[in-house]
Design a protein around this ligand. Structure first.
Ligand code: GAL
Length: 993
């Protein structure tokens, strides 16, 4: 390595590397010159771009007004792209409806918001998306088997997805970057393996499917590149550079979850969290050398499966993970990456697969509650760096070695731009999991020769799980840093002069060398460092204080920030161009969040959110003398060094005040399982009379009791079997997916339950009739209530939900004479197009719309969920809760459900008609259920409902409480009128009894 470094001092290496660059011409696949690429990076209208992206699922937050809040938070963290899965089932409730208009189905709104806010979009339209959503996003009516095994060239499947994909592509085409819109990339399918069979022959059914999806995309005028995401580095499919063949896509990428995609590490075969970074560059050099190295999904967190730790696993995936692993992406020469998830959200209604419960928080940078904290802030400071480090979009990876440093436990990756010769030295512990505190110096090759840095200050420090990007020949404006051991945070040009922000953890030392020096070298604020003239260049060495320092040089200034200050440092842009130049960046520090900054003459208008009193500091042009914060002029003073400061925050309203104002009382109650009685009138129910099924899994008894075969695909389903004659027990094998459960009653008497577990997808029980009363002459009715926990993903989406086998134990060979079943009201007919068919199941309360606003419960008795239900039955509780959040504030609220230890129950929580929580304490983990504005009326009435199903004769109780997670003074108004998202009860519901 030493040899290499010496070589670098010699100009000939520059020539060598430049020659290497020319072997990688910029190209496209013939669709548009607006989005092209080469070995180094993507170019958008000729500008090389580091695509820094995060995943967000609109269908997991079904409130378009809230998308703005989230997209603004994404933009504010320095991302330039947002990656979005669509969801076929959400848009196609049946095989004759495609809805891209109603409520949160209006996907165009996302493209419009992204355009306005300044984010590119990667649209990942499926039709299969995985995503731990029910059936992986397949339209639920395709799970019957009638459309074949799915994800292949079966004409029945092709006919099923074509209308959805066509419509989606037609909409997308209008919003491409080439049309003045924002869609930069499109993905077809998801992690689909493999283009070839083991013997190397083409996997024709799959290849033809990929070709058909691609053709549909192109035929509908999508011309931006189509990307493909490989599930791992083994399959090597669909790349134009590697065994090219039909079905290949423009840009190849690999998804990567090095620390396990699940909070249950056993799902990844790990006992403890792996903190080992992964080598990707060899793979990309082999499989996609003419393309940018691309990670379409990089671990933004982990999903929390049923039975996982309460609250997810944020500690495994916090700021340290962000710091080391996201810098490592750069070290691997990756210039396109998207964090999965950046905002996870909620599996409301029936959106979850059986794998996960209600929360899809994902321990992601933006929390399910929409709050931001350290993980977001740590991600932000790197996002700003990626935006400022233009030379990072074109680098060769010179190598990785521990010999770059004076400590053998620290390794460095050297990346070098072959055109500008700027270099990036990414340092980390060689064993990336190391918790050691290590001090060291680094050997770098710069335009002024080989140096061992720092030269004057205390050494560079890695405090345990930490990584640093040291820059050399870093260009900013007309100047450059020969090197900096402090990390570059951001670069802004104001009044034609650069402001460079650097950051370090407080107490660590940094050193920078300013090329060409500076006659002026003044510490204009805070405590500076020492200045050393070295030849023509000026070296500044310093120890980072907890406070900010401002250094003034001839024609630029440098801000030295601690990590804590950097966390609250913002770099809003004056443009909605996702590719941001430093002239369009203005620095602002202090607030919890800065959403936007605009300049108009002498006024800087800043919008954002506060979590307490804050000093806002804006580094605006000299002529700016007035500051507006969230639309109001604030008292401002100009600092001695020219920035503007204002103290923000009004005392008064806060989380405690909101918490105190919230009540949940005056609950009303009704029996919610009249179906258990033999006399219940189910004459309008579907008669389960199919004697065959297209499903490849054949039933154990007939008739077929698979709910999907009768058009019910989600939520609780109720089956009623009749028999005449004697029997002593029933044997029932029921399948609802892991974490499901079921209970049964005979003629109104409880006979038993399968309470479920995180691993059992089906449960078979023989339930004795000993404690039930049989009718000796006449009809007996067995009622089975099954909690459907969602469809499995991939090929297993076809695994049936319902009763696999039902028989009676009878000396007289008594058999069931008839079965009826109830699922969600209207089945696939989509009676509530706003909430949609995935929103609710077939509980009595749901079918009759008791959970909806406007239902009249005045005749109901007074009883609260904490009184609960006696015996094994189902009861529904309803109340109205008023919230009065003052204007100018945003709030994150959740409902917390608790039950006594040992409870066996299944509870579903409803807010204004939306099922926003599923609580199954015997399986765990989730007790707290955040509810977003729009589902919640933060300035108005809220109908809160709880369906409580006791799975034991001991009965069940649940305590329901509000918890205020946070209150913020905010530019974003959560008090919009969400009436259109909350259609109320209508008489039509009565027919579904
Ligand atoms: C990926 C998949 C995503 C999601 C993720 C785990 O493999 O593409 O859709 O399922 O795993 O959360």
């Amino acid at each position: 390595m030493r040899g290499l470094l010496n070589l670098f001092a010699n100009a000939s290496i520059f020539v060598l590397v430049a020659a290497a660059a020319s072997q990688w011409p910029v190209h496209n696949d013939g669709y548009t010159g607006a989005v092209q690429w080469d070995h180094y990076s993507l170019s958008v209208n000729g500008r090389r771009t580091f695509v820094w992206s995060g995943e967000f699922h609109y269908w997991r937050i079904p409130v378009p007004e809230v998308w703005r809040d989230l997209l603004e938070k994404i933009k504010a963290a320095g991302f330039n792209t947002v990656s979005v899965y669509s969801h076929w089932a959400f848009h196609a409730p049946n095989n004759f409806t495609i809805d891209f208009e109603t409520g949160a189905r209006n996907i165009a709104k996302i493209f419009e918001l992204a355009t306005e806010i300044g984010l590119f979009v990667t649209l990942r339209g499926g039709p299969y998306v995985n995503a731990e959503t029910t059936a992986g996003g397949f339209a639920l009516w395709t799970t019957t088997g009638a459309y074949g095994g799915l994800r292949d060239n079966d004409p029945r499947y092709t006919a099923a997805w074509t209308p959805f994909t066509t419509r989606l592509n037609q909409i997308a085409a209008k919003y491409q970057v080439t049309e003045g819109g924002t869609i930069l990339l499109q993905q077809i399918e998801n992690e689909i393996c493999c283009q070839r069979n083991k013997d190397g022959s083409l996997n024709t059914p799959l290849v033809e499917y990929m070709v058909a999806l691609e053709n549909n995309t192109r035929e509908n005028d999508v011309i931006v590149p189509i990307i493909t995401n490989a599930p791992n580095m083994n399959s090597k499919s669909w790349s134009t550079d590697y065994l090219p063949g039909p079905g290949e896509q423009d840009l190849y990428g690999v998804d990567s979850y090095p620390a396990c995609w699940s909070c249950n590490l056993a799902e990844c075969g790990q006992k403890e969290i792996s903190f080992n970074v992964v080598n990707y560059h060899d793979h990309f050099d082999q499989v996609s050398p003419t393309q940018p190295s691309f990670i379409p999904e990089f671990q933004g967190g982990s999903y929390n499966p049923w039975g996982g730790p309460q609250g997810g696993c944020p500690a495994n995936l916090g700021p340290e993970f962000v710091n080391v692993f996201y810098r490592h992406l750069a070290a691997e020469r990756i210039t396109m990456a998207s964090l999965y998830m950046l905002y996870g959200g909620t599996n409301w209604g029936g959106f979850a697969t059986n794998l996960v419960g209600t929360s899809y928080d994902y321990s992601a940078p933006i929390q399910e509650s929409r709050q931001i904290a350290d993980k977001y802030y740590e991600t932000k400071i790197l996002g700003f760096f990626f935006r400022a480090a233009q030379d990072l979009t074109m680098t060769d990876r010179v190598g990785y070695s521990t010999s770059y440093t004076t400590d053998p436990t620290v390794g460095v990756t050297e990346l070098r731009n072959p055109e500008t010769h700027a270099a990036f030295y990414v340092a980390r512990h060689d064993i990336s999991a190391s918790q050691n505190i290590t001090d060291f110096k680094v050997n770098v090759a710069t335009s002024v020769g080989n140096l061992t840095i720092p030269q004057f200050s205390a050494p560079v420090r890695l405090s345990g799980r930490q990584s640093k990007v040291l820059v050399t020949d870093f260009r900013f404006g007309d100047r450059s840093l020969v090197y900096s051991t402090a990390e570059v945070l951001s670069h802004s040009v104001v009044d034609g002069k650069s402001v460079l922000a650097l950051w370090l953890p407080a107490g660590e030392s940094g050193e920078l060398m300013i090329k060409g020096g500076s006659a002026k070298r003044e510490v204009v604020s805070g405590t500076g460092g020492s200045f050393h003239q070295v030849g023509e260049n000026l070296v500044v060495s310093y120890t980072q204080q907890t406070t900010q320092s401002v250094l003034q040089f001839d024609d630029f200034r440098v801000l030295l920030l601690s990590r804590a200050i950097a966390y609250r440092f913002w770099a809003p842009t004056l443009t909605n161009d996702p590719i941001v130049s430093p002239e369009q960046v203005v620095f602002a520090t202090g607030p919890y969040l800065v959403r936007s900054l605009t300049l108009s003459d002498v006024t800087a208008r800043v919008t954002g959110d506060l979590d307490g009193d804050t000093v806002l500091e804006v580094f605006a042009p000299a002529k700016v003398t007035r500051l507006e914060w969230n639309g109001k002029l604030v008292a401002t003073h100009k600092t001695s060094y020219g920035s503007l400061k204002a103290t923000l925050g009004k005392p008064g309203f806060n989380a405690a005040a909101l918490q105190k104002s919230l009540t949940l009382s005056q609950w009303k109650y009704a029996d919610a399982l009249p179906e258990r009685y033999a006399a219940y009138d189910d004459s309008k129910w579907v008669v389960a009379d199919h004697m065959s099924t297209p499903n490849p899994s054949k039933p154990q008894t007939l008739p077929v009791l698979y709910a999907d075969d009768y058009g019910f695909h989600t939520g609780v389903q109720i089956f009623r079997g009749r028999f005449n004659g004697s029997a002593s027990a029933a044997t029932l094998n029921v399948q609802g997916g892991t974490a499901f459960g079921w209970s049964a009653w005979l003629n109104g008497d409880y006979i038993g339950s399968f309470p479920g577990s995180a691993s059992a997808a089906s449960g078979s029980l023989t339930l004795s009739f000993a404690n039930a009363t049989l009718v000796s002459s006449g009809e007996n009715v067995l009622t089975v209530v099954m909690d459907h926990s969602g469809h499995d993903q991939r090929a297993d989406a076809l695994l049936p939900r319902g009763i696999l086998g039902a028989s009676l134990v009878s000396t007289e060979n008594t058999t069931f004479s008839k079965w009826t079943l109830a699922g969600n009201a209207g089945g696939e007919s989509n009676i509530d197009p706003v909430r949609g068919v995935i929103a609710e199941g077939g509980l009595h309360a749901e079918r009759l719309g008791w959970h909806l606003p406007g239902f009249d419960d005045t005749e109901w008795v007074t009883r609260s969920p904490s009184d609960g239900v006696e015996n094994a039955t189902i009861g529904f509780f309803r109340t109205t809760s008023h919230i009065n959040l003052p204007r100018g504030y945003d709030a994150s609220l959740e409902l917390v459900l608790t039950a006594p230890a040992g409870s066996l129950l299944r509870a579903q929580l409803y807010v204004n008609g939306y099922q926003y929580g599923k609580f199954v304490p015997q399986i765990g983990h989730q007790i707290a259920f955040p509810v977003p504005p729009g589902i919640l009326n933060v300035r108005g009435q809220n109908v809160v409902g709880l369906n409580l199903w006791s799975q034991t004769a001991a009965g069940a109780k649940v305590d329901v409480k509000w918890n205020v997670l946070g209150v913020y003074e905010s530019a974003w108004d959560p008090g919009f009128d969400a009436g259109y998202l909350q259609p109320g009860w209508s008489e039509e519901r009565l027919q579904f009894a």
